[in-house]
Design a protein. Structure first.
Length: 128
């Protein structure tokens, strides 16, 4: 018997490859990277980096809720952007969703992301 639980919700985009939205192992939930896809249509959201970042954090919130948690329990966030010039805008959006004490975080510029989006975020949450 497996010691982990797959977390899936229709309130966030379905996985577009061989992975799960999140996996719970004990009290720890590991989130796959979320990109700015509308969960209803599967399409990339229209708009600038701010709109894309909000959709990403909304998607993460939906998966966290399905797992029984919230942003208050996130311990690590990984942010991937295709242009570090967008860092301030993504940072401002993150500040709308998280309150102190903040999770640990890394922000990395990458050459490309799936479907040509500008931002992807993964995370780790500890319940309990």
């Amino acid at each position: 018997m497996s010691s982990h639980q797959i977390i899936t919700t229709s309130n966030a985009p379905a996985a577009i490859g061989p992975y799960s939205q999140a996996v719970r192992a004990g009290d720890t939930v590991y989130f796959s990277g979320q990109i700015p896809l509308d969960p209803a249509t599967g399409a990339v959201v229209e708009g600038d980096i701010t709109a894309q970042a909000r959709r990403v954090f909304d998607n993460l919130a939906a998966v966290a809720k399905e797992a029984g948690g919230s942003f208050a329990q996130f311990v690590r966030v990984g942010i991937y952007v295709t242009d570090l010039a967008n860092f301030a805008a993504v940072n401002a959006v993150m500040a709308e969703y998280f309150k102190a004490p903040y999770p640990a975080r890394s922000t990395i510029e990458v050459s490309a992301l799936p479907k040509g989006v500008k931002v992807e975020v993964d995370a780790i949450m500890v319940l309990g």
